[in-house]
Structure formats: structure tokens, C-alpha cells
Design a protein around this ligand. Structure first.
Ligand SMILES: NC(=O)c1ccc[n+]([C@@H]2O[C@H](COP(=O)([O-])OP(=O)(O)OC[C@H]3O[C@@H](n4cnc5c(N)ncnc54)[C@H](OP(=O)(O)O)[C@@H]3O)[C@@H](O)[C@H]2O)c1
Length: 328
């Protein structure tokens, strides 16, 4: 697989792997040994960029990555995230205080069985801690060699600018797909201008764009999509099927799969973009990596944009509680 560069110098496979689903949001979760083998299989398929977070599990996902990659640490790029506080092992809100970051980092290093994190993201902007203070902590951690790069997730353009002034930001990770295009108007120009990489999460629209979520879908207990209006409201799900049909038709035209279309379209928006689709299955992973083979001409991209602009997506992408944590 080809590589792309995030920020000035972080070289990663042009498609990464979102590891969250192995421990959170999309149950059932595979047994640990199955997940560990899957992570190593992903590396064998050419993936070098693995996305996790302290909160995935909490903690369990980082432990899996630690076990999977301890004997090949220098061959993979591991991104993890801080920014929540915990009571009895459960997240109870945002906390990007210096003390909480330093504690979180020590925990992540231990679980990941490593002496450094390649890319350390603030998971959500904490309204109680100025971003300059967080950036200052990141600067110190980079100087100490404990982290190589840092980033933000779901941050606004103004927060990104303020952070970047104190300590250069390598990547911003936010939701972006044909199902959620807000970054196009809110942050992409800023990222291009500042030469910051962009890592779209949920590039498959949490599975929606693959065509496997049908109208009337019932999600299992603990599935994150039960909390999301776009998924838990049958009317919205039905109305938004227009987009699934559009992606499916494109896949037929380009002789590929809807998943590969969704991922390659995100990649076609700029060479500073590296999506991290999530899956627990090797077959689906191979399908997703097929996105590398799909190319669009400028004319095709223009035509797709015109069609996407016509498809009005209905329903929120997050519950009210989750939406409140988004930096505007
Ligand atoms: N920074 C943040 O706040 C944030 C938020 C959410 C996610 N993330 C990161 O982004 C990663 C990806 O996002 P995501 O998992 O929310 O959404 P996603 O990648 O858009 O979609 C994942 C869903 O699609 C299914 N899927 C994957 N490939 C498929 C295929 N080829 N055909 C059919 N279905 C397929 C998966 O099921 P199977 O697993 O069963 O294949 C899973 O249900 C996460 O793993 C996580 O690392 C970050």
C-alpha cells in the first residue's frame, strides 16, 4: 500500500485501521486472541496506521494493540487519545488538565507496551482548559520523546489555529464521509493552509454507506448506533437510503464495492487525508483497502459533488449528550 504524510513528517499507510470496534461501539467483540491476530493480519495487508484511544473499552483496546504489536513496535504507527476522566473504570466527562493528561499518558504507554506514542490526540476539546495549556503540555511531551506528534479531534478551526501556534499540530481527526460533510466548510481550508493532516473517522458512515444497514435495522444491545438519531429513527434511516443508492450505483459504475467508493471518495478530497475505516473482519478489511485502487477524475468528483449536494441528509449524527462535547 502507498503511504501518505500527515503534517510535516508522519508517514503512514494511506488507509489506516480504526480499532475501536474491537472493544467498543459495535458489539459483539471478538475474543482477544482473535482481535490480536486480526491486527497482525491487517499489518500483513499493508496497514501501518492504527487508531485507538484510552476510552475504547475503556482501556481494553489499547491493551489489544499492545499485545499485537509489542514485538514489532517500530513497524507500526500508533495513534491514541486522551481527554476523559474516569471513575470506577467508566468515563465521567472531559478532563484535559495537565495532571490528567500526564496520568493518561503513563497508562497508555503501559497498556500499549511502548516507550512512545506516535500520534497523541486530544479526544475532545475541554472547554475548561485553554487549548494553549494543552498544546504546552504536548510540546513538553514531544521534547521528552514520550510522544512524537500530537493532534486534535473534532476541534473548530479557531481552536486548531490557537493550538498550532504553541506546538505544531500534525493531524486533526474528525468525522468526515459522504454522510457527514461539515468539515468541507468548517476546517478543511484551515488544515490545508497550516499543512496539518486530516484523519477522517467513520468514513463508512458507521457502516451506513456500505449498504449493509437496511431500513428498519435493529442494532444489538450496546451498539452505539442505538443512540444516534440517524440510525434509531426509522423515518430518517429510510429517507437517507437515497445516499446508499447513490453510492451503490457509483460502485457498479466503477466496478468496485460501496465501501471502497466511500473510502476512496474521502481520499480523493486531498493527499493530506488518511481515513481510518473500522472493521473486525479480514474480508471487509480487504474490501476497504480496495479503495486504494479506485481513482476519480476531476470531472467525476465535480459530478459527485453536485449529486451529493442534492441529497439532503436527515437527522443528527450524534445524541444531544455527545453533540455537547463537540467544539464549535
Ligand atoms: N475521534 C473520535 O471521536 C472517533 C469517533 C468514532 C470513531 N473513531 C475512530 O474511527 C474509526 C472508524 O470509525 P467507525 O468505526 O465509527 O465507523 P466506520 O469506519 O465508518 O464504520 C464501521 C462500521 O462499518 C462496518 N464495516 C466496515 N467495513 C465494512 C464493509 N466493507 N462492509 C460492510 N460493513 C463494513 C463495521 O462492521 P464490522 O466491524 O462488523 O466489519 C462497523 O460496523 C474507529 O474505529 C475509531 O478508531 C474516532
Amino acid at each position: 500500500m502507498k503511504n501518505r504524510v500527515l503534517g510535516n513528517s508522519l508517514e503512514v499507510s494511506e488507509i489506516g485501521l480504526g480499532c475501536m470496534g474491537l472493544s467498543m461501539s459495535f458489539p459483539p467483540f471478538p475474543p482477544d486472541e482473535v482481535s490480536i491476530k486480526f491486527l497482525r493480519d491487517a499489518y500483513d495487508q499493508g496497514v501501518t496506521f492504527f487508531d485507538t484511544a484510552e476510552i475504547y473499552g475503556p482501556y481494553k483496546n489499547e491493551i489489544l494493540l499492545g499485545k499485537a504489536f509489542k514485538d514489532m513496535r517500530s513497524k507500526v504507527i500508533i495513534a491514541t487519545k486522551f481527554g476523559f476522566k474516569y471513575e470506577n473504570g467508566q468515563s465521567v466527562g472531559l478532563d484535559s488538565s495537565r495532571e490528567n493528561i500526564l496520568n493518561a499518558l503513563e497508562g497508555s504507554l503501559k497498556r500499549l507496551q511502548t516507550s512512545y506514542i506516535d500520534l497523541y490526540y486530544q479526544h475532545r476539546v475541554d472547554p475548561n482548559v485553554p487549548i494553549e495549556e494543552v498544546a504546552q503540555v504536548m510540546k513538553e511531551l514531544i521534547e521528552q520523546g514520550k510522544i512524537k506528534h500530537w493532534g486534535l479531534s473534532e476541534a473548530s478551526a479557531s481552536t486548531i489555529r490557537r493550538a498550532h501556534k504553541i506546538c505544531p499540530v500534525t493531524a486533526v481527526q474528525s468525522e468526515y464521509s459522504m454522510f457527514w460533510r461539515e468539515p468541507e466548510t468548517k476546517i478543511l481550508d484551515t488544515l490545508k493552509e497550516l499543512k496539518i493532516g486530516f484523519v477522517p473517522f467513520s468514513p463508512l458512515g458507521k457502516g451506513f454507506l456500505t449498504g449493509t444497514v437496511k431500513p428498519g435495522a435493529i442494532f444489538g444491545e450496546g451498539d452505539f448506533r442505538n443512540t444516534i438519531p440517524r440510525f434509531n429513527n426509522p423515518e430518517y434511516l429510510e429517507a437517507n437510503m437515497k445516499l446508499v443508492d447513490f453510492v451503490n450505483n457509483l460502485a457498479i459504475k466503477k466496478s468496485t464495492t460501496p465501501a471502497a467508493i466511500a473510502i476512496s471518495w474521502v481520499m480523493a478530497q486531498g493527499d493530506f487525508i488518511v481515513p481510518i475505516p473500522g472493521t473486525k473482519s479480514l474480508d471487509r478489511l480487504k474490501q476497504n483497502l480496495g479503495a486504494s485502487e479506485v481513482k476519480f477524475t476531476q470531472e467525476e468528483l465535480k459530478a459527485i459533488k453536485i449529486e451529493l449536494d442534492k441529497i439532503k441528509i436527515i437527522g443528527q449524527r450524534y445524541s444531544e449528550v455527545n453533540e455537547k462535547q463537540i467544539d464549535k
